[in-house]
Design a binder for this molecule. Structure first.
Ligand code: SF4
Ligand code: SF4
Length: 224
């Protein structure tokens, strides 16, 4: 059976042009939202994923970030160093020393897995994004450059007023209080002799001194 099509309306000549002009006129009267970058810098939210900063002091070279990176674009080299025993008779310790930490941003897909898995808070997002290069090799940022990005990492947002104090801050505050208490001068107790003398002196009620001066002295009684 042949399909029945709805009857087509006859087209008015020039209606397409009129529609197009109507769209143009509507758009012309609206406020433009185009940002004039780079003359006007974009107002980016603080959690923007621009580039990754490395806080080297926190890195223990555990290699977790490099292992979890889906693009394998984190390169870490390290060597072991022996630390002598802190106390006589103690054991020597060995620790990892970072030789190289680099991220290839031409491969990175900005997933943030490395930052999430780092157990020592050594990696952070920075909203900086102006690091385009004409040579792709320049997009491999070595540890010094990654360290510089740390200065552009925004401060964390303020805690909720009712939130529990962070563990690190509570520990630091307790340590500072303890140190201050140790350094404070000792409170001097009055000497035992002074205490005994003070106990022997009769205590006079306040305002009694005036009463006593008003009383006649011995020998003055009945002289008037
Ligand atoms: S953001 Fe993702 S892809 Fe980029 S370095 Fe980190 S884990 Fe790798
Ligand atoms: S996961 Fe963190 S601590 Fe471990 S190597 Fe990576 S940056 Fe360093």
């Amino acid at each position: 059976m042949a399909e029945s099509h709805p009857p087509t309306r006859p087209r008015i000549p020039g209606s397409g042009l009129a529609k197009g002009l109507a769209v143009t006129l509507r758009t012309m009267t609206k406020k433009s939202v185009t940002a004039q970058y780079p003359d006007a810098q974009p107002d980016l939210p603080p959690r923007t994923r621009g580039v990754i900063g490395l806080f080297e002091e926190n890195c223990t070279v555990c290699m977790l970030c490099a292992r979890e990176c889906p693009d394998w674009c984190i390169y870490i080299d390290s060597h072991k160093e022996t630390v002598p025993a802190a106390t006589p008779g103690g054991r020597e310790r060995s620790r990892n020393v970072l030789d190289r930490f680099a991220i290839d941003f031409s491969l990175c897909m900005y997933c943030g897995i490395c930052i999430e898995v780092c157990p020592f808070d050594a990696l952070f997002w920075s909203p900086e994004f102006e690091y385009a290069e004409t040579d792709i090799r320049e997009l491999t940022h070595e540890r010094d450059k990654l360290r510089e990005w740390m200065w552009t990492v925004p401060a964390p947002p303020a805690l909720d007023p009712g939130a529990e104090e962070p563990k690190e801050l509570a520990t630091a505050r307790k340590t500072a209080d303890k140190l201050a208490a140790q350094q404070a001068p000792p409170v001097t107790e009055p000497h035992a002799d002074e205490q005994a003398r003070a106990a022997e002196q009769p205590t006079r009620p306040q305002g009694d001194s005036k009463q006593q001066t008003d009383q006649p002295k011995p020998g003055q009684e009945g002289s008037e």
